[in-house]
Design a binder for this molecule. Sequence first.
Ligand SMILES: C[S@@+](CC[C@H](N)C(=O)[O-])C[C@H]1O[C@@H](n2cnc3c(N)ncnc32)[C@H](O)[C@@H]1O
Length: 393
Amino acid sequence: MTAYQNFIEQIQSSIQAEDFIKLSLGDYNGVEPELKNIYVKPVLIKRVFKLSFTYRYKTRDITKNFMVDEAIEQITAVLHERGFRVGTLFTAKENAICQWNKKKLWTLKSEQPTATKVDSLSHDHQKERKIGSTSKKYLAELRLTDAEGKVFKNAQDKWRQINHYIEILSSMLKELASEKVLNVVDMGAGKGYLTFALYDYLNNELQKPASVVGVEYREDLVSLCNTIAEKCDFNKLSFVQGTIEDFNPIQKPNVLIALHACDTATDDAIYKGITNETDLIVVAPCCHKQVRRQLEKVKTVNDLDFMTQYGIFLERHAEMLTDGIRALILEYYGYQTKVLQFIADAHTPKNVLIVGVKKKINEKRQQEILAKLQATKAYFGIEYHHLERLCGL
Ligand SMILES: C[S@@+](CC[C@H](N)C(=O)[O-])C[C@H]1O[C@@H](n2cnc3c(N)ncnc32)[C@H](O)[C@@H]1O
């Protein structure tokens, strides 16, 4: 039995004896570009014991979880092929180091233990994040983490929000991503937190090739984001300076997102999605001034005055009416539409997500929708909705 086979046996027995703390594989000599290490640790996922592999690349990490047998197969394969030429097993009793030496032989040695066992594998209650924070250069560049990937205290909320948003989008994206290469456009990208995270998630976590374009009118943010994208070798991520209204995509986007694009900028974004027949449109609207201004004018003259006389109700009323009409217009264009709560109210009041998935619609249903739109405007006393005007309905 060679030294590396002994090493594999040691790994198996340490797992059986519940003594396994972690494993690292280094000195990579394989063909995968920019792969540097694999780190393996035990995790409990929905109460099932697994081994979590973090594949550390130059500018990103990919995490995959395996059952023990699969994990052992993976480790055996990479050592057998000498993709990795050093493996270190950390247990409570020792560090076992298996190494391919200059004489082209595997050696195995034991050293004093350096790692301590954690009492519980707390992963059941520690939220599994869609994107890990370690070794993600863009997160450090965006000042969300330090160089080691530790999320800054003041960035915790943003970090949770990014992951939550990716979590919501992931199932919708997986369906689309299996069909085609994705062209994603993020309207009103701001500082690009979510744009970067989405690019990383699609290309690196899901391994689905995707081009992502962020549209933003603040030149300073566009320039910052393009610099970071370049530094991280995110070759298919770019940011374009300009308005959503004037943006003309080179390639038709099949996914369009607009998160917290102010007031009618959300309508401009939806309109771009509709006219480009985008498969998936996801918007989180913010400040509903255009409809609110019209409601202000009629607040004391219609039957709803008992509510709309109060500022907070007028505000909520404007939100629901604006977004309800957006959903209706999306439906008119054949989008199967859902409205979801995006994040808990405590984090931000801008918490509604409108999701449209392109399907088909017949003319009869379209006529019903147009009638509903006219009746709704008359009932609430509003003259027009910005999206309705853009669409020429
Ligand atoms: C509140 S921030 C949201 C940023 C990002 N989407 C997020 O959720 O973190 C809105 C961004 O949209 C940009 N924006 C608003 N209206 C726009 C328009 N019509 N065209 C381009 N960018 C716009 C603003 O400059 C701002 O950076």
